[in-house]
Write a protein that binds this ligand. Structure first.
Ligand code: F6P
Length: 323
């Protein structure tokens, strides 16, 4: 094995750069040349790449985003596009490829494996919706941003007194997953949680708020995952039940920016280096992840063919904490 490629694909996630650092350092340590493929699978289609050496990654562990850019493309899914990507991989003489990204990226990785390319996946997505790992890179940073937002809203919520209680609804990311909302609810002062994994019971959320107002609380904070709908619609439903105006926050892409947390940097360092180790050992078609605080390797097929298990215990705990 002489030359490997690395790409970041799908939505960028804080910690992708830290992963790149680990891949390049581990690759160089094993005397491998490392090519950074730019803009995810787009780079494979358009032959956009650059050699990554120690000095290219020396300072990036603390940077948000990804220095080799990321991308989403439909062309890679098409027969002609895919053939083009395969031909470019052959031309570049890549002996292996590390794919850092979310579910869509792991599906792309599997497609390459099926066509004979050696690929190891690394889970990088704030959504944390990938099977085979307790945590994906970027999730912790996103949850920290949400937690800080809840804290900030709490400051104003507890300070300003009005004629009616003040209720705040915060929409967070996660695509079809409630992981960010659910874990941030565990960490913050939240009165209600709405996630796409479970049916929404607006009456229950409103009744819980009313009960809290009766015992003397004069504000409420609700966290909703984007997968349940739009913050305006959810707020209207609650307004109808409560009878007064709701304050809305759409947190958006802030959740994907900023410096990665300590946790994400450590996770990225471990998984990036392990991905290279796997290639060096001759492994293929795997994803490296973290399970019960240990680095674990899962078949890409398993990752791609099963939904991440819903953490019912955490959800039940949230109900108690929101009560
Ligand atoms: O997958 C990461 C993610 O941030 C999702 O949480 C969100 O739904 C989506 O990407 C947003 O994508 P875009 O940046 O294209 O708007």
């Amino acid at each position: 094995m002489q030359r490997i490629g690395v790409l970041t694909s799908g939505g960028d996630a804080p910690g992708m750069n830290a992963t790149l650092r680990a891949v390049v350092k581990a690759g160089t340590y094993h005397n491998l040349e490392v090519l950074g493929i730019e803009a995810g699978y787009i780079g494979l289609l358009e032959k956009r790449y650059r050699k990554l050496e120690i000095l290219d990654v020396e300072e990036i562990v603390s940077y948000g985003g990804t220095i080799i850019k990321t991308g989403r493309t439909k062309e890679f899914q098409s027969e002609t596009g895919f053939k083009k990507a395969l031909a470019n991989i052959k031309n570049l003489e890549l002996d292996g490829l590390v794919v850092i990204g979310g579910n869509g990226s792991m599906k792309g990785a599997q497609k390459l494996v099926d066509a004979g390319v050696k690929v190891i996946g690394v889970p990088g997505t704030i959504d944390n919706d990938i099977t085979g790992t307790d945590y994906a890179i970027g999730f912790d940073t996103a949850c920290n941003i949400v937690t800080e937002t809840v804290d900030r809203i709490l400051d104003t919520a507890t300070s300003l007194v009005g004629d009616t209680p003040r209720v705040f609804v915060i929409e967070v990311m996660g695509r079809h997953s409630g992981e960010i909302a659910m874990n941030s609810t565990l960490a913050g002062s939240v009165d209600g949680l709405l996630i796409p994994e479970l049916e929404i019971d607006y009456d229950e959320v409103a009744d819980n708020l009313k009960r809290k107002f009766e015992i003397g609380k004069n504000y409420g904070i609700i966290l909703m995952a984007e997968g349940v709908g739009k913050v305006d619609d959810i707020s209207r439903e609650l307004e109808m039940r409560l009878g007064y105006k709701i304050r809305e926050t759409l947190l958006g892409h802030q959740q994907r920016g900023g410096r990665p947390t300590f946790f994400d940097r450590v996770l990225a360092s471990k998984l990036g280096a392990e991905a290279v180790n796997q290639l060096v050992k001759g492994e293929n078609a795997k994803m490296v992840g973290i399970k019960n605080n240990k680095v674990e390797v899962t078949d890409l097929k398993v990752v791609n063919n099963s939904d991440k298990e819903f953490n019912d215990k955490d959800y039940k705990l949230n109900r108690i904490l929101c009560y």
